[in-house]
Design a protein around this ligand. Structure first.
Ligand code: AMP
Ligand code: ZN
Length: 468
């Protein structure tokens, strides 16, 4: 499998540190608001990449953090009149709901920065000891020029950068030894969340958080580090400087970055105000459509959000789901079909499409081409499978289609068994009876279901049922 490594600006064969295992760190959101669909892009594409690694047999440790202490969170807490921690907890929970809607699997570990302060104090201490950091008035800065490889990820040169912003002075610039130095620890301001440290009561800088969480859960050297391309500089460049100076070994072998989700040609972002939340979109479309739309482009190509493209994703997804539903229907209605393969039914018919799918995914996670292979499989299934096809043949078709959709995180509805169908028909009949004010019939149905061991629950989203 080859992936594009930002560090070396080329596609490279994926060689894990430990055979059969991958440790992967993906920078997660800053939780001060509902996530927008731009934030959802790295979540969806790297979740799909993880699923494919697992499909190939790798044991994947997937770490993705929540940044739960930050200026924006503090600002929000003042606006909402609640603590910064309450803001963060609230939006972590909302983010988890959106991720579940989009069928993004929970990370193996989802650390929160505020729970990792001891590790940060330790790494900052090490950096000071090794001469890579210094303290001034309670603030700790990273001595950027001391790290010889600074700029290797983003291809930036410190001298060029400096001549660019010689005139721009920001707070604290005067006390830095060099304008390129960045903050590892900063003293608190009145009313801000803070932790004690040898330098001041304060809080960590954003970059140190990821270096520390990656080290704790994946080790000093990790296989893959990923995130949106806006993070290449300064965030990931600074992570490399911190981790490699502190640990004395390479930080990450591969760096993967997704391109932006744009709207009218410019980056969707909270600060520019040109965004849709995941909530906005899934009120209009099935969340699966949003996921499918994201995967319809290669992750390193910019993707423009539009209703036209969402509608195209919707109909593409329907084509796949209809093919699966048709196979399920044939399987559920056996009739007089032969149990064995017929001579004209080749059990290997799906192989070329699976190969095509894998070739695409092996080539830097090309989901666009992988989806094209799924469409070809669907077309073949639709033309080959007939009412008279053998059970084994239809089963193979359904299984292979399910296998590929699962890598993409697309859920094909499982066929309902007879009992489930009967229960749902009874519930629908009860709803109709209630609407017609025939409460006697409605009660009869409720007790009939009760006798079958089914409990009904009236919820805002309609009637739900579960077994006793
Ligand atoms: P943030 O909450 O801004 O730190 O972003 C969380 C993640 O979403 C990072 O990996 C960003 O690179 C990514 N991201 C933010 N906006 C976009 C966008 N418009 N398109 C793609 N990725 C984005
Ligand atoms: Zn990060």
């Amino acid at each position: 499998m080859r992936i594009y490594n930002t560090l070396n600006a080329r596609k490279e064969e994926l060689v894990p540190i430990q055979e059969g295992k991958i440790g992967m760190y993906v920078c997660g959101p800053t939780v001060y608001n509902l996530i927008h669909i731009g934030n959802a892009r790295p979540m969806i594409v790297f979740d799909t990449f993880r699923r494919y690694l697992e499909y190939k047999g790798y044991d994947v440790t997937y770490v993705s953090n929540f940044t739960d202490v930050d200026d924006k969170i503090i600002k929000r807490s003042v606006e909402e009149g609640i603590s910064a921690q309450e803001v963060a907890e609230k939006y972590i929970e909302e983010c988890r709901k959106d991720m579940a809607s989009l069928n993004i699997r929970p990370a193996t570990v989802a650390p929160q920065a505020t729970r990792e302060i001891p590790g940060m104090l330790e790494m900052i201490g090490t950096l000071i000891e090794k001469g890579y950091a210094y303290e001034k008035n309670g603030t700790v800065y990273y001595r950027t020029r001391k790290f010889r490889d600074y700029g290797k990820l983003s291809n930036k040169n410190l001298d060029d950068m400096q001549s660019g912003h010689r005139d721009i002075k920001v707070t604290g610039e005067d006390e830095k030894e060099d304008p390129a130095d960045f903050v590892l620890w900063k003293p608190k301001k009145e009313g801000e969340p803070s932790w004690p440290s040898p330098w001041s009561d304060g809080r960590p800088g954003w970059h140190i958080e990821c270096s520390v969480m990656a080290k704790r859960y994946l080790g000093d050297t990790i296989d893959i580090h990923a995130g949106g391309e806006d993070l290449i500089f300064p965030h990931h460049e600074n992570e490399i400087a911190q981790s490699e100076a502190a640990n004395g070994v390479p930080f990450s072998h591969y760096w993967m970055h997704n391109a932006f989700l744009n709207i009218d040609g410019s980056k969707m972002s909270k600060s520019a105000g040109n965004f849709f939340t995941v909530r906005d979109i899934i009120a209009k479309y099935d969340p699966q459509v949003l996921r499918f739309f994201m995967l319809s482009a290669h992750y390193r190509s910019p993707l423009n959000f539009s209703d036209t493209l969402m509608d195209a994703a919707k109909s593409g997804l329907e084509r796949i789901k209809n093919a699966a539903a048709n196979l399920d229907y044939i399987l559920a209605n056996p009739g007089q079909r032969p149990q064995e393969y017929l001579p004209d039914e080749d059990s290997q018919f799906a192989v070329p499409y699976i190969e095509k799918f894998e070739t695409a995914m092996d080539d830097d996670c090309n989901t666009a081409d992988a989806i094209a292979a799924v469409f070809e499989l669907v077309r073949t299934i639709n033309s080959l499978v007939k009412d008279t096809s053998s059970v084994a043949f239809v089963k193979t078709a359904r299984e292979k289609l399910g296998l590929l959709c699962d890598v993409l995180g697309i859920i094909l509805e499982e066929p309902k068994d007879e009992l489930e169908t009967e229960i749902e028909e009874l519930i629908a009949e009860r709803q109709a009876a209630r609407k017609a004010k025939n409460f006697q019939r409605a009660d009869e149905i409720r007790s009939q279901l009760d006798g079958m061991g089914i409990v009904l629950e009236d919820t805002r989203e309609g009637v739900k049922w579960h077994r006793k």
